[in-house]
Design a binder for this molecule. Structure first.
Ligand code: VGL
Ligand code: ZN
Length: 261
């Protein structure tokens, strides 16, 4: 009975989260027993079983996993133009994770002067207001991460030298980009997905700033693109504007992002 309920109702990513510390052979036995005798009779269960197997039986290894370090830049740290509370406190933990991963990619928010996401570019507007633009709602920010400025540089203690790629985003004057994968129109790609696929990465771990904007949007896109995706919340901090942090955490959870603290 329990087996029947499990097979009908459990989403692959929930099983994935529950089983991630088990050995491969134990994972395989649990999946097999959960679906045994049921999947043959129901096409929907067959599909669920196939998805479960694909997602759960592929283990993250040094070679198939990349660490993506999002926007650990001066302007997002205390004293910066768009400071995230405690943004600098993640740096030691991020450095440990960089050390522990064989493959590391960094992102850098990288706006031209007068960028359309800056409140100062819109007469009568102030930071943190939201406006309607042709690709939807856009929050307006203080001027931040202007190309080549000290605010756009990585935090001085970030151990970034190991990174194989730095992907810059937000450089088109008329469009913002929170996600490392797509700009805010949700369709202009940054090229990161192509890079990761060509390098053979199937598993991503995300850390950085800010949990509810660039990390959150990147994690949701990573799931949409089919990557097994974890966010290490202890190595992230959020902006939390009008409930954005709770919303981002809930959306990540339901998209199958593994959240660890
Ligand atoms: C970010 C707002 C504007 C971020 C970047 O890195 O989360 N947030 N630009
Ligand atoms: Zn920005």
């Amino acid at each position: 009975m329990l087996r029947r309920i499990l097979a009908h109702h459990i989403a692959p990513h929930v099983l994935f989260a529950a089983l991630r510390d088990f050995s491969l052979s134990l994972r395989f036995r649990i999946i097999h027993r959960t679906f045994d005798g049921l999947a043959e009779r129901k096409p929907a269960l067959m599909m669920a079983q196939i998805r479960c197997r694909r997602e759960i039986l592929t283990v993250a290894t040094a070679e198939n996993e990349a660490l993506i370090v999002i926007d650990v830049q001066n302007d997002f740290c205390p004293g910066g133009a768009l400071a995230v509370a405690e943004g600098d406190q993640i740096v030691p933990r991020v450095n440990q994770l960089i050390e522990a991963h064989a493959h590391v990619v960094l992102t850098q928010d990288w706006h031209p002067k007068g960028h359309s996401s800056f409140a100062s570019s819109h007469a009568g507007k102030v930071p943190f207001e939201s406006i309607e633009v042709d690709y939807g709602q856009q929050t307006l920010w203080p001027d931040h991460c202007v190309q080549g400025t000290d605010g756009a540089a990585f935090h001085a203690d970030l151990a970034w030298t190991k990174a194989a790629l730095i992907i810059r985003k937000g450089f088109r004057p008329g469009i913002d980009s929170y996600s490392a994968f797509y700009e805010n129109d949700r369709e202009t790609p940054t090229g990161l997905a192509g890079y990761l696929r060509e390098r053979g990465f199937t598993h991503l771990t995300l850390v950085g700033l800010a949990t509810d904007y660039c990390v959150g949007y990147s994690a949701l896109d990573a799931r949409r693109l089919g990557f097994a995706t974890s966010v290490r919340l202890e190595a992230c901090r959020g902006i939390d504007l009008r409930g954005s942090l709770q919303k981002a955490l809930a959306e990540m959870q339901s998209a199958g992002v593994i959240l660890t603290a």
